[in-house]
Design a protein around this ligand. Structure first.
Ligand SMILES: [Fe+2]
Ligand SMILES: [Fe+2]
Length: 452
């Protein structure tokens, strides 16, 4: 009996150390991997489109009644208009010449099967314009137990999707033609144009979602997926393919103190992961999740590389953007941003309406957040508009720090203290880390960038 127990303990100890070494080892390069990483890849000429966080919502799930209003009171997205927004923007995208389109997750409001199915119809229509379309999931999309329909004062659960169902619904948008799949996540590799790999990474923690709980917002890769990412990057260098990563969560901080404020919006262990992908020659990561138009960069030495995290704002949140990306033979890349200006139900004044919607929605969210910190009604009235202005400025990108980012005049002692604790976030949102966010040119061979 003692021997059996000893054997079990020994096997478990060996297994534990073996798996922990495996996790730790992923960021350590062998001599051969170091050698492979020295050669910088050449990106082939291509033009593509980036769109994200469509948060598709079918109005058949309800748009009236107290329950829906309660939901909207804690939200800032143009959910009621989302189908018309998707339809209008996808129609615009169809008319733009490009090789492919990437969608960086949060395809649906809350992972409802009906929303995924309808979204896939619009993607299929877009693909008919001759572009390949690729998707990855966002934190709202898989095993989301908040998939509901609204009926008066009540909500009623509707079918969500499992990971297998997600892959099935979006089979034509990456999974069917994948060169390789990570079996432990919804990540895959595809080659949309010869010589270019898209490393489509599922950074979401849907495996941990539980009924009755809010789906996990934060992003992380399991040890196995990290091993798969590294194996894929090594293979890309061996086969001389240039790689673009696209994923839902950010990989580089998007404003000072991003790691302290809203760290759920950048993937866990992002410094090490950014370094790893950059080492193997990845210069571009396209992300979403925070809903802002924001490009940041991280520089690395040995090898001398620059990694750009190009976050695109949500299609259903002002300024309702998408990006056109043009990679040229001389390794310069042009990034242009366009913004939705009207939908059929609002042929004029859409920009003002959508800006006002997110501004007022954020005021409501800030108000309930401050309430949790026992901030008085008078102080909340002075603070919420300031918080909302900073957030909305960050969403649009190319932020300019105002002369007075925070006005504390008239605040009570507690209000001043709470604001003191939050002011790094307000300053952070107003701080535009380089490079420019909306329109710019990057020289991929040197990492230099210029306004467009
Ligand atoms: Fe989102
Ligand atoms: Fe998200």
């Amino acid at each position: 009996m003692k021997l059996v127990r000893y054997t079990i303990v020994s096997v478990m100890t060996v297994w534990f150390f073996a798996t922990s070494c495996l996790a730790g080892d992923v960021f350590t390069l062998t001599k051969e991997e170091k050698e492979l990483s020295k050669k910088k890849p050449v990106y082939p000429q291509t033009r593509f489109l980036a769109v994200t966080d469509t948060h598709f919502y079918s109005t058949s799930l309800g748009t009236e009644g107290k329950a829906f209003q309660d939901y909207l009171d804690n939200d800032r997205k143009l959910l009621v208009e989302s189908e018309k927004i998707v339809e209008t923007v996808f129609d615009e995208l169809s008319r733009i010449t490009a090789d492919f389109v990437i969608v960086s997750g949060d395809l649906t409001k809350d992972g409802e099967k009906i929303n995924h199915e309808k979204m896939s119809i619009y993607l299929r229509k877009l693909a008919l314009s001759g572009k390949k379309v690729f998707v990855v999931p966002g934190n709202h999309d898989v095993y989301n137990w908040e998939s509901v329909r609204f009926d008066g004062e009540a909500t009623e659960a509707v079918a969500n999707v499992t990971a297998m169902e997600f892959e099935k619904i979006y089979r034509e948008f990456g999974y069917e033609t994948a060169l390789e799949r990570d079996l432990g996540s919804l990540s895959y590799i595809t080659e949309p144009v010869p010589g270019l790999w898209l490393l489509a990474l599922d950074s979401c923690r849907w495996k941990e979602n539980k009924p009755g709980e809010h789906p996990i917002t934060a992003g992380a890769f399991s040890d196995d997926t990290l091993q798969w990412i590294k194996k894929s990057l090594v293979r890309s260098r061996k086969e001389d393919k240039a790689v673009i990563v696209f994923m839902h969560h950010g990989i580089v901080e998007h404003y000072p103190h991003n790691d302290k404020f809203y760290s759920d919006y950048i993937v866990s262990n992002h410094d090490e992961i950014a370094k790893m992908v950059s080492t193997f020659g990845v210069s571009l990561v396209f992300s979403g999740h925070f809903h802002s138009q924001d490009i940041t960069l991280q520089k690395f030495k040995d090898p001398d590389r620059t990694l750009f995290d190009i976050e695109t704002g949500s299609l259903v949140t002002a300024p309702c953007p998408y990006r056109i990306v043009n990679i040229m033979a001389d390794q310069k890349i042009e990034i242009e941003s366009r913004f939705l200006s009207s939908i059929p139900s609002r042929t004029s004044g859409f920009k003002e309406y959508s800006s006002d919607y997110v501004y007022k929605g954020t005021i409501k969210l800030a108000d309930s957040a401050l309430k949790k910190y026992w901030v008085s009604k008078e102080d909340r009235q002075l603070l919420t508009s300031q918080i909302s202005k900073a957030y909305v400025t960050h969403l649009k990108g190319d932020e300019i720090m105002p002369d007075q980012a925070i006005i504390k005049d008239g605040l009570g002692l507690w209000g001043k203290f709470v604001m003191f604790m939050q002011e790094d976030l307000i300053y952070g949102w107003y701080t535009d880390l380089p490079p420019a966010d909306n329109n710019l040119v990057v020289d991929l061979s040197t990492g230099e960038y210029f306004p467009k």
